[in-house]
Design a protein around this ligand. Structure first.
Ligand SMILES: Nc1ncnc2c1ncn2[C@@H]1O[C@H](COP(=O)(O)OP(=O)(O)OP(=O)(O)O)[C@@H](O)[C@H]1O
Ligand SMILES: [Mg+2]
Length: 351
């Protein structure tokens, strides 16, 4: 089962529901075979973007193209798009194999051929032994594997997935994330995947687009979004982060509001502007003194690491993640620690 993925272009797409603007100047290009994730909070317009590509909603402005061809007037069934939703949406009165063969029946594929291809899809998701079960006899993870097989059985060039793992528990979600990625590599189709879970987006994507209020705020590889967020919103939404204000920049020094003066080059920073720095880049030292002192006001144990909240002298808080070795105790709250950071790790934010 292979299908060369199609390229997709959203060009300045606008979608309103009455007075409410759900998509505004929404632009994004997805390359053939790419795994693109739309990441955004509830209500940011992720489902609306998928639905406008699939043809479930009509757009009010802009254009959507598949392989360079405008599809806005093309009916849903002509768009060659597979879909997987959060709530499985299997046909309750059809067996597993007949659920999977449904899209082929719709397309007039002969019965034997449909059966052969459906079994192949079922083998891919490793459920061939459950072909004759009914949907209510499956676990959540099995249902979602069937939904996936049904979405790709007709070898669509584009596959859309709207929070497909949202209803599953964490462990199963992590297993299925790896499977989805593996199936997509085998099939080669273009994927647009919707989630509001930032760690899922980082795990799965070739590239990801962070959405807010119907717009794309930033688009890039997971590494680019993690390392170089451009705005306070993206810095705070992707992974955990410290967002700080630059008070002043001098030759060889810079001052962060509420934290003090740090040695180092600050030429990439603007006084009065915001910067972000990841908690794992804040170093802490206990038992001793240093240029920057703080007290621990919170500690969260993660097993392989501990996240501390440090309260600096004038009560500004900053979070630091410390990797730990077996036997290493979490420091008690109130402990005085020295902390430091490398000014070259400060990422300037545009707003
Ligand atoms: N049929 C509709 N009529 C009116 N408003 C709608 C309709 N569908 C969606 N909206 C609104 O448009 C906005 C975007 O909705 P959308 O479903 O695209 O968000 P989402 O990012 O998928 O959110 P979630 O993560 O909760 O699924 C929301 O504020 C929603 O209330
Ligand atoms: Mg949605």
């Amino acid at each position: 089962m292979t299908s060369a993925g199609a390229t997709i272009d959203f060009k300045n797409v606008r979608k309103t529901y009455g007075k409410f603007v759900a998509l505004e100047d929404f632009s994004m290009r997805v390359e053939g075979g790419e795994f693109m994730t739309l990441l955004g909070a509830s209500g940011s317009g992720k489902t609306t973007a998928l639905n406008s590509l699939a043809g479930f909603v009509d757009i009010d402005g802009g254009e959507i193209l598949i392989d360079g061809v405008p599809i806005t007037k093309l009916p849903t069934e002509k768009r060659d798009i597979g879909m997987v939703f959060q709530n499985y949406s299997l046909f309750p009165h059809r067996s597993v194999i007949r659920n999977i063969s449904f899209p082929l029946e719709m397309r007039g594929v002969a019965r034997d051929e449909a059966r052969r291809r459906s079994f192949k899809a079922l083998e891919m998701v490793r459920l061939d032994s459950l072909a004759n079960r009914m949907p209510h006899e499956l676990s959540g993870g099995q249902k979602q594997r069937v939904a996936f097989a049904r979405a790709v059985v007709f070898e669509p060039r584009v596959l859309l997935m709207d929070e497909p793992l949202g209803a599953l528990d964490l462990k199963l979600r992590e297993t299925l994330q790896l499977e989805i990625k593996e199936y997509q590599r085998q099939i080669g189709c273009t994927v647009i995947y919707v989630t509001h879970d930032q760690s899922e987006a980082l795990t799965l994507s070739d590239r990801m687009a962070v959405m807010d209020k119907g717009r794309v705020l930033q688009i890039g590889t997971p590494e680019q979004l993690y390392d170089r967020p451009q705005s306070r919103f993206v810095a705070g939404f992707v992974g955990s982060n410290n967002i700080l204000k630059v008070q002043s920049v001098e030759e060889g020094f810079m001052t962060l509001e509420g934290l003090g003066r740090f040695k180092g080059d600050g030429r990439h920073l603007i006084p009065g502007g915001f910067v972000s720095i990841r908690p794992e880049l804040i170093t802490i030292r206990h038992g001793g003194s240093g240029a920057h002192m703080a007290h621990l006001s919170e500690a969260v144990f993660f097993g392989n690491s501990v996240r501390y909240i440090l309260r600096a002298a004038d009560s500004k808080e900053i979070s630091a993640i410390e990797h730990r070795r077996p036997g290493q105790d979490v420091l008690p709250l109130g402990t005085a620690v020295a902390f430091d950071l490398d000014t070259s790790d400060l990422v300037p934010l545009l707003d």
